[in-house]
Design a protein. Structure first.
Ligand code: COA
Length: 142
């Protein structure tokens, strides 16, 4: 397995993988080709893909503010799970953030997602049960 930066040429495969992993994908809004191309241009190192024989089998999108780094939209192809792909993507995402001076790594995980909760725990993340995620969206596509 090789982890490398994704480019906009990977867009269709990324969409396919998110859909296979049942993660939300908003092609008319923030996940449009144009929106993603712009994000990739601004932060090319934030889009990481795991490849096996040149086939995209996993991906994660990194983001950060001035203090915290976020691991978003982590997904692994169902046919390639339980082989450490996610663990490797998390390690590479953390390294990317470390290079930006970030030392706090975070992920938002839905309550039902036992696999993801266990994965992040295994990677050293601590759950905060006393925090409520609060957000405001200006549309369904953002
Ligand atoms: C969660 C997900 C990314 C894990 O990917 P993966 O490549 O199979 O994970 P890894 O092989 O790196 O697993 C590392 C560890 O995580 C834990 N883990 C992974 N999948 C698990 C599962 N289904 N149940 C329980 N623990 C699990 C295990 O502790 C595992 O270590 P082990 O293999 O030594 O037992 C994958 O199942 C997925 O894409 N799910 C759908 C999308 C999703 O939920 N993304 C996360 C959004 S927050």
């Amino acid at each position: 397995m090789e982890i490398r930066r994704l480019t906009i040429d990977n867009y269709e495969k990324m969409a396919e993988l998110w859909s296979k992993a049942r993660l939300p994908f908003r092609p008319k809004g923030r996940d449009s080709r144009e929106a993603m191309a712009a994000e990739m241009k601004a932060n090319p190192e934030f889009f990481l893909g795991a490849f096996e024989d040149d086939r995209l089998v996993g991906l994660v999108v990194v983001s950060c503010d001035l203090r915290k780094g976020w691991l978003n939209r982590l997904a692994v192809d169902p046919d390639h799970r339980h082989r450490g792909v996610a663990k490797n993507l998390i390690a590479e995402a953390e390294e990317t953030l470390r290079k930006r001076g970030i030392r706090i790594f975070c992920a938002l995980i839905e309550e039902y997602n036992d696999a993801s909760k266990e994965l992040f725990k295994r990677c050293g993340y601590v759950e905060h049960r006393d925090i409520i995620y609060s957000s405001k969206r200006e549309s369904d596509e953002v």
